[in-house]
Design a binder for this molecule. Structure first.
Ligand SMILES: [Zn+2]
Length: 139
């Protein structure tokens, strides 16, 4: 089978609401937004707290541990850069601290993924200035 041309993966931009999250990921830290009004943690970042409607928020580091809340196994190639990855899993992780984050599971057979499976964050340096938090199974 021909390797074919390498098509670069689309990467997130270091602008906007996710900028603090991506900056922390470059330092291999996982952070979520914390409401300065009531203390509730949330992800993805939002302008308003759904608990108290405060617009004041900051970022807080979390453990990176959690469990699989939901997942999809992708068999269809939706972008040519991911053609060699299929089948791969897109997972929703419920972090130990509460918020949910969507990511990928690494180094784990997709047919063995289960709801409730314990996972922990790993950081994949995908370019000189982009690091993506991903997850792996843990005992
Ligand atoms: Zn709040």
């Amino acid at each position: 089978m021909s390797a074919g041309p390498t098509i670069p993966r689309p990467l997130p931009e270091h602008e906007g609401d996710l900028a603090p999250f991506l900056a922390a990921a470059r330092e291999h830290r996982l952070v979520v937004q914390r409401c300065d009004g009531c203390g509730m943690l949330r992800f993805p970042p939002r302008e308003l707290c759904s608990g108290c409607l405060s617009t004041a928020a900051s970022w807080r580091e979390v453990s990176g541990r959690g469990e699989i809340f939901s997942f999809n196994v992708m068999h269809q190639v939706y972008h040519p850069a991911f053609a060699r990855e299929v089948p791969y899993a897109v997972v929703v992780i419920k972090l130990a601290e509460g918020p949910k984050i969507t990511s990928n599971l690494v180094n784990y057979p997709v047919d063995r993924i289960r709801i409730g499976m314990p996972v922990e964050v790993v950081f994949e340096d995908v370019s000189a200035d982009v690091t993506l938090p991903k997850f792996r199974g843990r005992a």
